[in-house]
Design a binder for this molecule. Structure first.
Ligand SMILES: [Zn+2]
Length: 152
């Protein structure tokens, strides 16, 4: 992990993540997932820029370097991830829990493809699956407008 000189960092261990984010899910539900996704987008854009990412084949090393995942396999619009930090920390769950990672993946995918995309997790190790499965799809024009309107 490359640290910038003029930025402050907080290191969250798995236990702190589990307690903090677990509590946020309890009180904020979907809003918590959306906030984590947006935070992941910010992180992903920084990572794409810092690593000069050119292809999705390079994302495994980027995510491993950040301790966000151990293994990544990209097949067109499907991304399979083993060892997600988030999923591991938020076990057990009935729903996918890797919203931050989904945001990071969306930003990395967008940086490589030049397309605005949304990434949704369909299977998660937090649910007892062997890996997390993410589906990438291009944003429709009205979804892009919605994103802009939410920022304003
Ligand atoms: Zn997951």
């Amino acid at each position: 992990m490359r640290l910038k000189k003029n930025e402050k960092y907080v290191v969250f261990g798995a236990e702190e993540w589990r307690v903090t984010v677990g509590k946020l899910y309890e009180v904020a539900g979907k809003v918590c997932g959306r906030a984590l996704y947006d935070g992941g987008l910010v992180k992903g854009r920084k990572l794409a820029k810092a690593s000069k990412l050119k292809s999705m084949a390079e994302i495994e090393s980027v995510l491993k370097n950040e301790n966000l995942a151990e293994q990544v396999q990209v097949e067109r619009d499907i991304i399979l991830v083993k060892g997600s930090f988030e999923g591991e920390a938020l076990k057990p769950s009935l729903k996918p829990r890797c919203f931050y990672l989904a945001g990071v993946l969306a930003a990395l995918y967008s940086a490589c493809s030049g397309k605005d995309v949304k990434v949704e997790e369909t299977d998660c190790i937090a649910m007892g699956k062997k890996e997390c499965r993410f589906v990438v799809r291009e944003l429709k024009w009205y979804e892009k407008m919605k994103e802009v309107m939410e920022v304003i």
